[in-house]
Ligand binder design. Structure first.
Ligand SMILES: Nc1ncnc2c1ncn2[C@@H]1O[C@H](COP(=O)(O)OP(=O)(O)OP(=O)(O)O)[C@@H](O)[C@H]1O
Ligand code: SF4
Ligand SMILES: [Mg+2]
Length: 328
């Protein structure tokens, strides 16, 4: 069996940390908020790595670091041979601006209401000053609209005339304009009606197959992540609790938090908030295992000692003193 380490990777994240100084009051010293701690994972080329976790678990912080919109406090991100650590080569930064594109949650906020759809979709080409002739631009625009399943006449419309699902298709077309290799999808369907979500997710799957794209998919919804992903990482308070292939996580979950997320995502779940208690403040994370205040399996050692990471297989890793492995 090939390990994750030996596969060709689109993204390799090593030991990323991101700390934000947060001021409590005018005269108090800033506190350090650890939004992401010691995060490592690999997105295999052509695959989808799904990041799942509750609000504030650090998903968007990781996404912004991978996009180059934010810098990590420590660690490095590699795209093949290109390394982004403390310093990056200018040519690599230019490569990332083209090859790594984003589709974000809010199709309302991310599209300029004054612009026509045609201008929005082609805007990345204009910003990169690609010297396209007028008819080549027109051809590219029609190709992009067709790829996302929008009629050609939509190019003259404005975002306000489109439905939420159509607007998200525009955002995807814009993200594809520069022929990227990687898409960072941060809650791409969360703002859409459930009936429309499946259409947009299926479109993303078709585009991945047709164009050989690699996806970093972020969602608080485990069902969305399980449907889309080849690999999954479960985040809690900025730390990976568990990661592995889709089946490692969905069929053989070993972490109590993953089990709680699965229970909450069952269609007949009585209570969506299947995980008891509140998420602790990231400014004062619990000692020992950060999940111990909500974990039904917590024992004395969990309150005192941070659990080690266990490798359950070549692909499956879990950070827990008492991983649930009876089904294995
Ligand atoms: N610029 C910032 N300054 C201070 N704190 C920040 C900043 N950006 C994020 N944080 C904090 O870092 C933590 C992780 O935030 P992040 O936005 O990455 O979470 P998330 O998993 O994307 O949550 P959501 O599901 O709500 O989008 C949160 O506690 C957040 O308040
Ligand atoms: S280390 Fe303990 S508290 Fe943390 S998830 Fe495992 S059993 Fe629960
Ligand atoms: Mg977010």
């Amino acid at each position: 069996m090939s390990t994750l380490e030996s596969q060709a990777s689109a993204i390799r994240v090593s030991d990323i940390g991101r700390t934000f100084p947060v001021r409590g009051g005018l005269f108090s010293r800033p506190k350090m908020l650890r939004a992401v701690e010691n995060a490592s994972f690999v997105l295999p080329r052509g695959g989808t790595f799904g990041l799942v976790g509750e609000s504030g678990s650090g998903k968007s912080t990781l996404a912004r670091i991978i996009l180059g919109a934010d810098e990590p406090t420590r660690g490095e991100v590699r795209f093949g041979e290109r390394v982004f650590g403390k310093r990056a080569r200018e040519s690599d930064t230019r490569w990332r601006q083209r090859a790594v594109q984003a589709v974000l949650q809010d199709p309302f906020g991310s599209l300029d209401p004054q612009m026509r759809i045609g201008e929005i979709v082609l805007e990345p080409l204009r910003i990169q000053r690609r010297g396209f002739a007028r008819d080549a631009l027109e051809k590219r625009l029609l190709e992009l609209l067709a790829q996302v399943g929008l009629p050609a006449e939509f190019r003259r419309r404005r975002p306000g005339e489109l439905s939420g699902g159509q607007r998200q298709r525009v955002a995807i077309a814009r993200a594809l304009a520069l022929e990227p290799e990687i898409l960072v999808l941060d809650e791409p369907v969360s703002a859409l009606d459930v009936s429309i979500q499946a259409q947009v997710l299926n479109l993303l799957k078709d585009l991945q197959d047709a164009l050989g794209l690699s996806y970093l998919l972020i969602s608080h919804d485990l069902a969305v992540v399980a449907f889309m992903s080849s690999h999954i990482g479960v985040l809690y308070l900025g730390r990976f609790m568990e990661q592995g292939t889709r089946d490692d996580i969905v069929e053989r979950a070993a972490h109590p938090y993953t089990h709680a997320l699965i229970a909450a995502s069952e269609p007949d779940a009585l209570d969506v908030q299947a995980i008891g208690g509140e998420i602790p403040s990231p400014l004062a994370p619990p000692a020992g295992c950060v999940f111990h205040t909500r974990c039904p399996a917590a024992r004395e050692v969990c309150r005192k000692e941070a659990p080690p990471e266990h490798r359950l297989s070549a692909t499956h890793r879990v950070t827990c003193h008492f991983p649930i492995t009876s089904k294995a």
